[in-house]
Write a protein that binds this ligand. Sequence first.
Ligand SMILES: [Fe+2]
Length: 390
Amino acid sequence: MSGFRQSVVRWFLTTKKTPPVTVVSGRNTADKLYTDILRKNCKAAFIITSKTVRNKGMLDKLTENLTANGIKSAFFSDIVPDPTIENVERGLSVYNENKCDCVIAVGGGSVLDCAKVIALRAANPHVSVKMMSLYVVPCKKSVPIFAVPTTSGTGSEITFFSVITDAKKHKKLPLLSDRYLPEKIVFDSALLENVPQKPTVYAGLDALTHCIEAFISTNAKTFAEDVVSAHEVCRDIFAYLPVVAKEPRNEEARLKMAEAAYKAGLNFRRTGVGFVHAIAHRLGETYHIPHGLACAAVLPHVLEKLLPEAQNRLKRLAVKSGTAKSAEAFIEKIRALERTLGIPENFSEINERDFPVMIRRILSEAATQGCPKRLDAKEIEAILKSLKAD
Ligand SMILES: [Fe+2]
């Protein structure tokens, strides 16, 4: 990230207001969104979701209720896992063709990211995605968004960032805006319980990483009000992630995990993350290791290297969450949780040949974050070596 862009991000995060968003949770709560849409005087909802959710008929009751209340609806589900500019532009065309005036986003991080940007483009038709990614073009507030996250991990429903890929240039464009936050966030257990075990576990450990990296960040003092719920996030993930892994239809555990991931999103949306994410991003782009799995595998290694600098903050989080009595014991608890959840410690695809490029990019990304200690190239190489299968 250029020095100029870094300064703009810093200015944005320290000056923007963070208005509260209404959050509701329960069974079949998404079906009742028509009441909020009527209240906003909207007439046509643009439902952005995955093909799976749509094809399984999981939103039939929602669309039935919309129609019964005089609200038209149009579906859009042409979204790839790392959504592209083309996905946004195609979505915007369908939105306009159907004369929609609000967005219902039902899905995981990719769907939510794409929906946020489509809603922002709909309100700002003359500002392209590329212009939005420059951070300097003022935008009007997006059309109303109603977010229904179906995975519990990214926190995209409440974060300021969205990532859209420029497929032609093979480049990810990070967007930063407070103009596409949802009107309402709905956690519907009937949708959450359909997520398979592995993505559930990976997403939960991604959320745990968000919360821990934010809490030990040097930015946590500046945004102290954002990290006040960190101990609740840790407590609930340790308690409920093993439950949802075994009992996918446990409603209480599903909703607790959804709320934990949302709160973790609040924790890190201004504070940022750190070396765990910087390393995990490289494992993702180089070997396509899923983001949450990469974060989980890297987390205990990085925390060990951050001692003693992060000792006090880690201990405070461990004690307040009731997880452990010391920073070292906390790291051991994380390892034990990950073993229970079947997270591998090594990856056969990791190859030393790739280390120089990866390390350069890790250092560059981490330089923009409030890491409690700057790991050097040797320390990062040691982590990568310990993740590599013999
Ligand atoms: Fe993450």
